[in-house]
Structures are given as C-alpha cells and as structure tokens.
Design a protein around this ligand. Structure first.
Ligand code: ADP
Ligand code: MG
Length: 295
C-alpha cells in the first residue's frame, strides 16, 4: 500500500479537489483506492456526493478517537474501486492525539485491503497534518503561483524536515503541483521559475489549469473523470496521476487484475454508504475539447 498525502497550510489551494480527483483517477485505473478526509470541514465527502457526517454520526468520525474499527468508518462510493473515510468534528470531550491518529493510518488492515490511500488534510498545521505526514510515502503540495503561496510552501517544506518520516527515511518525499498557473502572466512565470530554482525541476509536477468544470463537478458530487471525462480538468488530473506514478513508481507496484475476493472483502467490511439520489450528469462540455488540452 502506498500513502499519498495532499497538503498545504493555506485554504483554497485545491487540496480537496486534488485528493478527490487523484483518488478517482487511480481507482479508474484499477487501484483499490481509499480516500481519507482529515479536514473536519468534510469537503471531500461533498466532492464524492456523500452526505457529510452530522453531529449524530460523530462516532463514525475518524477524528473522534482514532480507535474505531475500520468497518465503522469505511464508506463505499458510487465509483468502482473507490472507498472513503469521512472526517467529522472532534467534540470538546475528545482530545485528538497525533500518535493515535497515526496508528490508525498505519494499520496493517488498511494495507491488506487497499493499494493506495490518499489523505486530504486541513488548511493548517496541526495534529491531523502531522499524523498524515508521518504516515506518508509521498506528499503532494498543490499551490497557487503567488508570493504568499510560495512562502507558505517553503514553510511547510522546512517543517516537514522536522517530522519523522516513514520507514526511517531522512526526509518525506514531496512534489509540488502548480494550480491555475497562467503562462501568459509574468508573475506566475516568475514564481514558477523561483520554485524550480529552490526545489529542482523534478519536484515540480504537472500543473492543473484553471477549469470551471472542476468546480462544477464538485458541485455535482462527482469526480471530474465521471462528470466530464473529456474536460480540461479531467485531462490535467489524468496527466498529473501519470506524473506522480512516474515520480514514485512504488505507487503502482503491480497492475494485477483486480482481485474480486479482495473487493468482496472490502464491500463486506463497510456499511451502506449514505448516498443521496444520483444527481443528473451534466454531460460533456463540448467547448473543452481535445484541441484545448494542449493549450
Ligand atoms: N484548477 C481549478 N480551476 C478552477 N477552480 C478550481 C481549480 N481547482 C480548485 N478549484 C476551486 O477552488 C476552490 C478551492 O478548492 P478546494 O479543493 O476546496 O481547496 P482546498 O481544499 O485547498 O481548500 C473550490 O471552489 C474549487 O472548486
Ligand atoms: Mg479542502
């Protein structure tokens, strides 16, 4: 099992969009994939069309105490190979502990059931982010090309050096994803070249262009590769997934044909998903046709 953490301490940098769409992309490719939301805002659930946890369903929150059984937390999604653990609030009586949450994320049971775990994190430094980073095989940091975005990424990378990396490695491997970078804007280009000289070209992953279809897909509760498979957003996340798999080949260790036994085991584990009625598919946006993909 490979654990990919999506993080940045700023809000609105497309962490959740990236976590949902990368998880959906790898699931589409046949990886048994689990998306874990550690942000108590619960946005990943919305992006998958799953009702976020209510105060009554708090015991099902991974943030509640970190000791729950997997079958209490796991949700099936409407998408093949894609499973989900929603976040939830931590009540005043509970204290979230890094070690407990990290132990949950490091459970052998997860490795038994899944090829890939993608973790979405809150927009701040804290227990959830630290526990996620301690469990990470690799981290991707989506960032907006602005001076503050650049400074925030630098802080995060500096702090990551103080967090114990999995498997006694010296540092946690990471990649940076430029989000909504516009090559016609001088400032965007300058920020990108500064990031390249600070971190090296190999750390800069394929970016995701501005594409309103990504927001529309989120609103419809669908990954973009389902909502509008031929959109620019779907193309960019498809290419980004390829880039990530190229950078960390262990992410796709073996393309085994899907084990039906394992899929059945996972299905037996989880309780019925809280899914609203399927929303209408808004179809393919013709204006997002292939010709624009290379723009
Ligand atoms: N490439 C993109 N093009 C256009 N809008 C985007 C793109 N990526 C994300 N968004 C939108 O930006 C907003 C913030 O994204 P989100 O993934 O929620 O960020 P975060 O999880 O970092 O707070 C959302 O409304 C989302 O739909
Ligand atoms: Mg988010």
């Amino acid at each position: 099992m490979f654990t990919l953490v999506v993080t940045n301490r700023k809000g609105g940098t497309a962490k959740t969009t990236t976590a949902v769409n990368l998880a959906a992309e790898f699931a589409k490719q046949g990886q048994r994939c689990l998306l874990i939301d550690l942000d108590n805002q619960g946005h990943s659930a919305i992006g998958l069309g799953i009702e976020p946890l209510t105060p009554d369903s708090q015991p099902q929150s991974i943030l509640a105490n970190g000791r729950q059984s997997l079958n209490r937390l796991l949700h099936e999604t409407r998408y093949e190979n894609l499973f989900f653990i929603p976040a939830g609030q931590v009540s005043e009586k509970q204290t979230l502990q890094t070690e407990r949450l990290h132990n949950f994320l490091a459970r052998k049971q997860l490795a038994h059931h899944f090829d890939l775990v993608v973790i979405d994190t809150p927009p701040n430094a804290g227990i959830e982010q630290t526990a996620a980073l301690m469990s990470a095989d690799a981290v991707v940091i989506p960032f907006l090309p602005s001076p503050l975005g650049k400074a925030g990424v630098q802080h995060l990378i500096d702090d990551m050096k103080t967090i114990p990396a999995k498997n006694n490695r010296k540092h946690i491997p990471f990649g940076l994803i430029p989000i909504m970078l516009d090559p016609r804007v001088n400032l965007d280009n300058r920020i990108l070249s500064e990031m390249i000289s600070m971190h090296g070209t190999e750390k800069i992953l394929r970016g995701v262009r501005r594409n309103v279809t990504l927001a529309e897909a989120f609103d419809a509760g669908q990954p973009v590769n389902v909502f509008a498979a031929r959109s620019r957003g779907a193309f960019d996340y498809h290419m980004l997934a390829e880039d990530i798999a190229g950078l960390w080949p262990k992410l796709l260790p073996k393309q085994n044909p899907l084990s039906f036994r394992k899929t059945a085991e996972i299905k037996a584990l989880n309780k019925p998903a809280i899914l609203p009625e399927p929303q209408s598919h808004r179809g393919i946006r013709l204006k997002d046709k292939c010709a624009q993909w290379n723009g």
